[in-house]
Design a protein around this ligand. Sequence first.
Ligand SMILES: Nc1ncnc2c1ncn2[C@@H]1O[C@H](COP(=O)(O)OP(=O)(O)OP(=O)(O)O)[C@@H](O)[C@H]1O
Length: 596
Amino acid sequence: MSRSRQMRRHAQKMRRNGLQPLVIIDRDDQFPDVAAVLVARALWRYRSELAPLYLVTALVVSGLVLHAARPHWWPYLLALATVAAWVLAMFGDRFGLTLRMERLYGAAVVVGVGGWLAAVTALGIAFSPLLQVLAVGGFVLAVPWWVHRRRRAKVRVDRQIAAWPEIAQSIGLAGSRAQSAVVDVWGWRARFALARGQTIQDVTTKVPAIESALGTFRGAVRVFPTRDDKANRFELRVLNTDPHADAIPWPGPSVSSITEPIDLGPFEDATSARVLLLRRHGLIGGVAGSGKSGGINVLMGNLSACRDVVVWAIDLKRGMELQPWASCIDRLATTPEQARAMLRDAVMILEARAAWLTANGRRVWDPAPELPALVIVVDEYAELADDAASDTDSIARRGRAVAVTLIAATQRPTQKAMGKGAVRSQMDVRVSFRVRERKDVDLILGQGMLNAGWHAHTLNAPGKFLLSAPEHDTPRRGRAYLLTDDAVSEAAQRHAALRPVLDEVSQRALDDAATPLVQPVSAASAPLRPSREDRAETVLREALDGAPDEGLPIAHLLMISEMSRPTLYRRLNELVKTGRAVQVGRGRYKASDHTP
Ligand SMILES: Nc1ncnc2c1ncn2[C@@H]1O[C@H](COP(=O)(O)OP(=O)(O)OP(=O)(O)O)[C@@H](O)[C@H]1O
């Protein structure tokens, strides 16, 4: 065995014993050998930082070869670079470039590389100032690469993963190895294979040791089984920052349909607290200032982005909380009378839908833009008058199949606050923000939940919540996204254009209910007073006739006609279809110039 191999063996043995080997050089050994290994290692270890340099080197070599062998290829190179840059700019998100900035950067690099290579292929590397362009351009394009946050995070993770065999050795998990890792905004997660005989329980008991070895903060590491539930695999979740440390800005809607689960905000391990609201009712509770209204804003931001949901809302704080979403709310009740009328109409709708389902041999109402779900959001549920209780009860009991959903927010959902009916027991999704007393936990989340470890009284910051739903049956702390006032008005404005109107079945039920009963025979000869609808229709037609060239906005037509929003849209649609009115701009109408 050669002397250097002997030494390498010796060094490996020392490393296994936890000792650092010394590099011993004597006269016979080749120092350049060791140096080359060290340099090669450094070039490999810092490959991400050195990538621009490697690219420049590759360009110079390719340029030399291409100019010597295929100088007439330059137009193809230019065309290829242009197409590749276009593809990156347009579809870069499919290749992991999620941000627009990243796609533009990628496209710029491709154009730069392709352009320079085409020029060198045609003119030769000695042609001035191609080398200067390469040096300056390379440096300029390298700077964003070096400072890119996600790249640096990825490099950090790669190095931690590369160090895993040593870490595993020192914490008694020798032989386990990383299989894959992904970086996200909060940190990284990686899938590991365990050595023979090791179990996920072994890893769980080693969590503090892993945290120490990786140099993270306490509580930053979590261990989960993998999705395929293999006994010799585990997933390691490492957080670089505590997701709940600060308010988390709302990233925008996570859904475009009520059939998808809504993301309320991250749990402590940074996974999303997603919950489905289709065919379910929801109860949101928590003391004043605990973040209920913030939670409702997250729901509204998502529901208003769904093209298959009509939102009705009751806000008995005179519309203070929900008014900013008015452009996305089909009907908003701010007084107890309006709330009662709305709930009565909702029951009428659910009955009409149930009848329609039966008549059509269907079991459930499948929401679609033309057959939307109806979601009724009630802020401060306890303020609802007692005489609304039978309607809320009907909705809670019979709303699921017909996709009529009730979402109630209240501080303490006592039996008194929830009315005498079965509303609370019908709530499938419970979100508890901080409660004042331990016993309130059971009020919001259900009997026995406090004893089962659902400690909503210990939530220590606004917006933090516990979520109980069929797919969430263990207590995990979440924190709701926070929507600023600007985010609310921006989302409300953007989503207003997507809002569907009530379907025909539901609308007909409301119209029929509003039509006055047939006059009694004895009164038939009495002069007929115009019905409310006739009056509203006349007012609408007159307003459209007198509308200016730029038309009248929906808000104005709603106000003067006193029609409900769906009725107004339906009437306007009919008038437009029959050529009696025209839509002049977004949400603006006037009478048509040539009445047919
Ligand atoms: N998700 C959140 N993240 C961070 N801070 C939040 C969050 N939600 C709410 N807050 C903060 O807490 C304050 C109170 O929140 P919010 O108004 O939503 O509470 P509430 O429970 O609805 O109270 P009330 O019943 O009085 O309306 C807000 O002004 C906001 O600063």
